[in-house]
Design a binder for this molecule. Structure first.
Ligand SMILES: Nc1ncnc2c1ncn2[C@@H]1O[C@H](COP(=O)(O)OP(=O)(O)O)[C@@H](O)[C@H]1O
Ligand SMILES: [Mg+2]
Length: 243
């Protein structure tokens, strides 16, 4: 996996030398295509295996009593999720632009998140503050939704009893600021430097792709994502986007 420093070096090379730019761009394109193809090729048979196991479970409910059955089902669900996230991650910086109301998008996300908490009969308190007239935004609606859902999902996974999650949106001149705040477990200082790296996860069953994908998407929009956190107290992620 490339680190920031390598990416900066690569960008400098590409700026300095037209030929290098062409070759590196081609290599990156090939690399992305290879990852997509591999993810796709594994996903297909895995979906078949998963469907077959589900049919077996319906026809023979007694299999649930077998040792390792539930673990196997969970492992397969995890692999499918990983491949899904890998494929989205891979396409994270290819944006499909449209012009839309950011206020509507954020309100829809807040409503569906609130509904999902309700359906899970969760005790987490969720508050959102999204002002009106935020204006039109030009960007990739689906990918921005992905970013917000990732941040809200992480917040949900971080809080426990008396959990509180807050989504706050504001606009100052041409900068839209979106904050996702929680009063969950927080992030230890020794982890905070690495949480945006791909595959870096500190939770069981995590893929470690959510934040690196989110950062990719936000930066592809010319924005930034930052975090402040206190262990045991909570975390705030701030996304800033030029509007
Ligand atoms: N709101 C949060 N509170 C505490 N820790 C967080 C929060 N969001 C992210 N993290 C930390 O950052 C890591 C990386 O997050 P992410 O990239 O979404 O991967 P994953 O959720 O699959 O672990 C998590 O494993 C967790 O340790
Ligand atoms: Mg996550």
């Amino acid at each position: 996996m490339m680190h920031n420093i390598d990416i900066n070096q690569m960008n400098r090379l590409m700026e300095e030398n037209k030929e290098a730019k062409q070759i590196i761009s081609q290599l990156l394109e090939n690399h992305q295509e290879t990852v997509s193809t591999i993810a796709h090729e594994i996903r297909n048979p895995l979906t078949l295996v998963s469907s077959a196991l589900q049919i077996i479970q319906v026809q023979h409910p007694e299999v649930k009593e077998f040792a390792h059955w539930n673990q196997t089902m969970d492992d397969i669900a995890f692999m499918r999720q990983l491949l899904e996230e890998l494929s989205t991650f891979n396409n994270g910086n290819t944006l499909h632009y449209s012009v839309f109301s950011i206020e509507h998008l954020l309100k829809n996300i807040a409503v569906s998140f609130a509904i999902s908490l309700d359906e899970e009969e969760s005790d987490i308190e969720f508050v959102s503050s999204i002002p009106e007239n935020l204006g039109k935004f030009t960007g990739d609606k689906i990918k921005l939704e992905e970013v917000l859902l990732n941040l809200l999902k992480n917040a949900k996974e971080a809080v426990s009893d008396n959990g509180m999650i807050r989504l706050t949106v504001g606009r100052k001149k041409d900068i839209l600021s979106i904050q996702v705040q929680d009063n969950g477990c927080g992030i230890p200082d020794e982890h905070i430097e690495t949480i945006f790296e791909p595959f870096k996860t500190y939770k069981q069953g995590g893929t470690g792709l959510g934040l690196s994908l989110s950062r990719r998407i936000v930066e592809a929009h010319g924005g930034s994502i930052s975090v402040t956190s206190t262990e045991g107290k909570g975390t705030v992620f701030t996304v800033k986007l030029p509007i």
